[in-house]
Design a protein around this ligand. Structure first.
Ligand SMILES: Cc1cc2nc3c(=O)[nH]c(=O)nc-3n(C[C@H](O)[C@H](O)[C@H](O)COP(=O)(O)O)c2cc1C
Length: 310
């Protein structure tokens, strides 16, 4: 809240049982577990920290090169590299618990059983406020996106995870589908408290000197400003198809981008690739959103959610 320019803007939003002090989160995989950014970002000014993806066992990720720059974006094929849920709980979570910010842990799996095992393990941790189940990673051969591109599999994962956790459950959707609203409806019907979208778009880049793909895995996930119009369109479609909150992301670089997502129907937003360009990007978006509301005479940020369709 800031009354310096005459208007108090209520920046709070609600996602499931979680009340966030503002709508700005970090996008999974672009902010590690937050510690690495603590010199640049006051974590207590974020709506929530969304951690990198966590699986049951440690994953080494894919072979390098696994990052390639593209026009207005980047391709990555990291492949959910992480030290496993036990190491996460032992090393990252205790530090996050000392920070005054809601913690949303991104859950990965190669199989339905792995999603369930990770969710069950995290359910016992009081420092975890919510789970974001990633059924949309394009960079693994088994699991990941395979669960998010088919209504039945998306519903199965959501139902199974719902059964083992009472924490706020967000399901992260893939844009690599014909009709994203079908998947959103399927996970809502199985008890998801919110959906987040979009994960990266499957893409490819080729080196014209070597005639080889720029990524060792050939294909990867495209993120950054290049995908923003696709993401805004999907958020708009999903927001009118479900009644649970939508967390919008994909190419948010500044507060105006975040406003666009909220007008399309997002209750909250996540900042991803922008963190690599400017580690303080999330703070600019938080400040800019509040400033935008004040200039427009809005006394609550949530008034923007879905306004384009009203
Ligand atoms: C390097 C990198 C790693 C990512 N890792 C994850 C991950 O572990 N889990 C996940 O759900 N999404 C992951 N994502 C997807 C982002 O969270 C986000 O959905 C996507 O990048 C679109 O947002 P952006 O354009 O703002 O980056 C990753 C993205 C990048 C660029």
């Amino acid at each position: 809240m800031d009354s310096s320019k005459g208007i108090n803007v209520d920046m709070r939003v609600r996602i499931g049982a979680l009340e966030l002090r503002n709508p700005v989160m970090t996008a999974s995989g672009t902010f590690a577990s937050g510690k690495e950014y603590a010199d640049f970002v006051d974590l207590s000014r974020l709506g929530a920290v969304v951690t990198k993806g966590v699986s049951m066992k440690p994953w080494a990720g894919n072979a390098s090169p696994r990052i390639a720059e593209t026009a207005s974006g980047m391709l990555n094929s990291i492949g959910l590299q992480n030290p496993g849920v036990e190491a996460f709980c032992a090393k990252d979570l205790p530090w996050l618990a000392t920070q005054d910010v809601p913690v949303i842990v991104n859950v990965s799996g190669h199989s339905l059983a792995e999603y369930v095992a990770v969710a069950e393990r995290l359910d016992s941790e009081s420092a975890v406020d919510a789970l974001e189940v990633n059924i949309s990673c394009p960079n693994v051969d088994e699991g990941g996106m395979a669960f998010g591109t088919d209504c039945t599999s998306a519903a199965d994962v959501t139902r199974a995870v719902r059964a083992v956790t009472s924490k706020t459950l967000i399901v992260k959707l893939s844009p690599n589908v014909t009709d994203v609203t079908e998947i959103a409806r399927a996970v809502e019907a199985e008890g998801a408290d919110a959906v987040s979208l979009i994960n990266t778009l499957l893409g490819m880049a080729i080196d014209t000197d070597t005639w080889k793909p720029k990524l060792a895995r050939s294909v990867g996930g495209l993120s950054g400003p290049a995908i923003k119009p696709v993401a805004v369109r999907m958020v708009w479609q999903v927001a009118s198809a479900v009644s649970i909150p939508v967390v919008g992301m994909g190419g948010i670089m500044n507060a105006e981008d975040a406003v666009e997502f909220m007008l399309a129907g997002a209750t909250a937003v996540a900042v991803g690739t922008a963190n690599f360009v400017d580690p303080g990007a999330t703070m600019r978006v938080v400040d800019g959103l509040e400033q935008y509301c004040r200039l427009r005479g809005l006394d609550r940020v949530s008034a923007m959610t879905g306004a384009v369709s009203r």
